[in-house]
Design a protein around this ligand. Structure first.
Ligand SMILES: [Zn+2]
Ligand SMILES: [Zn+2]
Length: 289
């Protein structure tokens, strides 16, 4: 029991530390993170679990009755596709509902941080279910695949949340859907690996996908955070050189600075939202691109 609780706590500290570490210019308040972690995790994992169960019993029923040609691969593929769609959608909805109006959500990197926090909460609650069913060993096992998978996929639709808030006037539904579709697809493919490969190779593939996604997520958080309004430097994405905010090209490699969410005020060099008409710092008028 002690081993169980301490491993669980270590895992929670470790992953939250990874999620928060790279948003380095304006850290999120711990109480907002814990709120999103617990509430976001619960309101997404509970309905997702129930819907997965419901879909599975629906499949069982129809396939037994011969409505759909009953082959196991077909059944498993259908189920895994549903799981991907269901879980990604519920995590994204939970995140949007919780952070949309939150004061601390004030730069694009935060969209990723909170999306990953909800997804991590989801996986923590989901793990309890797995441990009950398959034993404690699965907990360690899932730290290398299911947990990074959830965190990494959240960074994909987190990009959509960042764009909805900072570029598209809060049009979450329309902006997030394309990113959500990509995450659903990866999630469904990931789940289906268990059908096609041997167990050992499956473990290898799943861990590789999970770790690749976490690496992608971390890089995205670093970039959004460096390009965000709370860093008063410009970071070159080609050669990593740090430049002063009055630079328009990198002093080392000559790359032009082109920020995804902000433009540089021509008068005072502040990073100003691309949808703002005037600079909030010096009130200079800005023209749309
Ligand atoms: Zn450079
Ligand atoms: Zn200005």
């Amino acid at each position: 029991m002690l081993l169980f609780i301490s491993s669980y706590l270590i895992s929670i500290f470790f992953w939250l530390w990874i999620i928060l570490k790279y948003d380095k210019f304006e850290r999120e308040p711990l109480k907002s993170i814990l709120f999103v972690f617990i509430v976001g995790g619960l309101i997404s994992s509970l309905p997702a679990g129930l819907l997965n169960l419901a879909f599975r019993s629906l499949l069982d029923q129809y396939m037994m009755n011969g409505f759909i040609e009953s082959t196991n691969i077909k059944k498993a593929s259908l189920f895994y596709a549903f799981v991907g769609i269901n879980e990604e959608t519920l995590k994204a909805i939970a995140t949007i509902l919780l952070i949309r109006k939150m004061k601390a959500f004030n730069e694009p990197a935060d969209a990723l941080v909170y999306s990953m926090t909800t997804a991590f909460g989801f996986s923590v609650f989901e793990n309890i279910d797995y441990i009950i069913k398959f034993g404690f060993f699965t907990f360690f096992f899932r730290q290398f695949n299911a947990v990074p998978l959830h965190i990494g996929l959240a960074a994909i639709w987190g990009i959509g949340i960042a764009k909805a808030k900072f570029l598209h006037q809060g049009k979450y539904f329309r902006t997030v859907i394309p990113y959500l579709l990509v995450a659903m697809l990866i999630h469904s493919v990931y789940n289906s690996a268990t059908i096609f490969f041997t167990p050992l190779f499956t473990i290898f593939i799943l861990s590789a996908i999970g770790l690749f996604l976490v690496r992608f997520a971390i890089r995205k958080v670093i970039r959004y955070s460096e390009d965000g309004p709370f860093s008063n430097r410009l970071f070159c994405h080609s050669c990593n050189t740090v430049n002063f905010p009055d630079a328009r090209i990198c002093k080392k490699c000559g790359q032009k600075f082109n920020l995804e969410f902000y433009r540089l005020c021509p008068k005072c060099n502040a990073k100003v939202s691309k949808i703002a008409a005037t600079c909030p710092r010096c009130e200079a008028g800005l023209y749309a691109d």
